[in-house]
Design a protein. Sequence first.
Length: 280
Amino acid sequence: MSRLALRPIGVLGVALLSWVPPSLAQGVVGTPLPLGEEVSPASVPFGPGERATYRVRVGLFGGVGAGTMEVVDLVDVRGHPTYNLRLTIRGGIPFFKVDTRLESWLDIEDLVSRRFEQDQHEGRYKRHRIYEFYPEEHRWEQVISGDEGELPTEFPLDDVSFLYFARTLPLEVGETYTFPRYFKEDGNPVILKVLRREKVELPIGTFDTIVVQPIIKTSGLFGDGGRAEVYFTDDDQRILVQMKSRVPILRSLDLVLESYEPGKKITAGGALTPHPLSSH
């Protein structure tokens, strides 16, 4: 099954916060956002407090790790209210371990990424990068290295935010959606192919799903050779219940939903209506 855009081997990475000075790490965490009446959030099927946990399966091995996808909180990034989105995966097999944390800060009004952090450890591969995006100025900065570059779009999205953005789309079977919105030029365009409807049986239950193949023109889970597939619930909440991908060395990497808790919508409507999954 799939994911939308993660890096090297796919969705994985390591977390070595010691690489970041304490003052910087504190800035990345951000602060809770006091929402004012002037905020006009885009309509989305998720909100703060939403949390899904997954069992990670690697190759022929099952139950060899755990993963989470969650909307941690509302955070102010340079005056912009954002959803702090977090994906973590830990697991592996004796000769190859994965410990990854990917975080995105998605503007709640414009649905553009304002910040992206990759903290990855996959086998011997290690990477820690923090990107600050300035869409209005068409530029990005990499905080740790000091590198700068030009954004190819004024509506940038990163690996994690693309997964959540996909949940806002109609996802009609047989349609192909193309978005030149990846924050790196060589990753564009991001292509979402809506393959089919499929009923899947998981330990948590049986669900009607929409199966999507995300393709990002970079190496990784969603690269052209990854044959990744993402399974969203076939309803208006589009909960990710399963992901599959071909990856180097491990041959395959799957995430299977184990539990789900709904979040709160940032709208006048108040709390998000509980999804049937939340009762498991």
